[in-house]
Design a protein around this ligand. Structure first.
Ligand SMILES: Nc1ncnc2c1ncn2[C@@H]1O[C@H](COP(=O)(O)OP(=O)(O)OP(=O)(O)O)[C@@H](O)[C@H]1O
Ligand SMILES: [Mg+2]
Length: 292
């Protein structure tokens, strides 16, 4: 790589900023009948203002559990979750959410979806519409503002979901596999769009993914979780200069980092979600005709 990138200075600058999100000994326990399962165990994490954090780990390790707790959607067993030094209480517009399963209001148009937050805050119809328009322009969907979600592609819907979260000027944007359902090309475009947004506004991002390339392209630091119980295995500083483009994945530095994360994520005997450990043998169905 030709660019001179002073990683030490870059990360010193990040760590000098205030802590935007902090979890202290965060523990989550789920009960399955009489059994108890510790899904997150004593998670200590500090995310600094304007930092881009990716959380990665094997399926079932607790990534969505962590993002739902920080979003305020779920209560937790013990520990603390602080945003800007204050314990969180339920959901809040200051913590924007873009989750794969957290969809738009299907009965509202693009504009009405984006206006929802400002209206809830008590802003006037005119002001809410003005703000929605601004964000709809940023995500490039001016021509679609009066369309309904079912009339949009998956990538467009996720852009609206991002606008709907960002119109509230959240301190923190929580994203749980937001591009997981998109085709590779759209996904790449969305990653670039998100990077551009993040670099131009005051926003801290916690982004859950199981895609290592996506994590390396996007993150300042990558939090690798292990499972059973979910704990932080390693926090990796991504020492690659920004802006990062998708062809970076062919560089030696990228490949080395990817190999390192691959070992962390996959080389765990205990990494498999219990639900996947003992998959049943599929019995042969008598009425299935495979003769053709
Ligand atoms: N509400 C719940 N009640 C009981 N168990 C739960 C609940 N939510 C999650 N779990 C369990 O907690 C574990 C972690 O789930 P979680 O959805 O956080 O995993 P994940 O890391 O997001 O996985 P994936 O990569 O597949 O999305 C799983 O074993 C799941 O079965
Ligand atoms: Mg998940």
């Amino acid at each position: 790589m030709n660019e001179i990138f002073d990683a030490t200075a870059y990360f010193d600058n990040i760590y000098a900023r205030p802590v935007m999100l902090e979890t202290r000994s965060l523990t989550q326990i789920f009960r399955h009948g009489k059994l108890q399962r510790t899904v997150l165990n004593q998670i200590d994490l500090q995310v600094h203002k304007r930092e881009f954090i990716c959380v990665i780990g094997p399926s079932g390790c607790g990534k969505s559990t962590l993002s739902r707790i920080v979003a305020g959607l779920d209560s937790f067993h013990s520990g603390e979750v602080l945003v800007d030094g204050q314990p969180i209480q339920g959901t809040s517009a200051e913590r924007g959410m873009v989750f794969q399963g957290y969809t738009l209001f299907p009965w509202k148009t693009v504009k009405q979806n984006v206006m929802f937050g400002p209206l809830m805050k008590g802003l006037s119809q005119t002001r809410a519409e003005e703000m929605a328009r601004e964000w709809i322009n940023i995500i490039g969907l001016e021509k679609y503002e009066n369309q309904y979600p079912h009339e949009l592609s998956g990538g467009m819907k996720q852009r609206v979901a991002i606008a709907r979260a960002l119109v509230n000027e959240p301190k923190l944007l929580l994203m749980d596999e937001p591009f997981g359902a998109l085709d590779p090309h759209t996904r790449q475009k969305m990653q670039k769009h998100l990077m551009d947004l993040w670099q131009n506004i005051d926003l801290t991002i916690l982004f859950v993914t199981h895609d290592m390339d996506e994590a390396i392209l996007l993150a300042d630091r990558i939090v690798v979780l292990k499972s059973n119980p979910g704990e932080i295995k390693e926090i990796i500083e991504v020492n690659l200069p920004r802006p990062r483009y998708s062809d970076l994945i062919h560089s030696t530095e990228f490949k080395q980092l990817r190999a390192h994360i691959d070992v962390l994520v996959h080389a765990q005997e205990d990494s498999l979600d219990p639900a996947l450990q003992n998959l049943p043998k599929i019995p042969r169905m008598r009425h299935i005709d495979t003769s053709e």
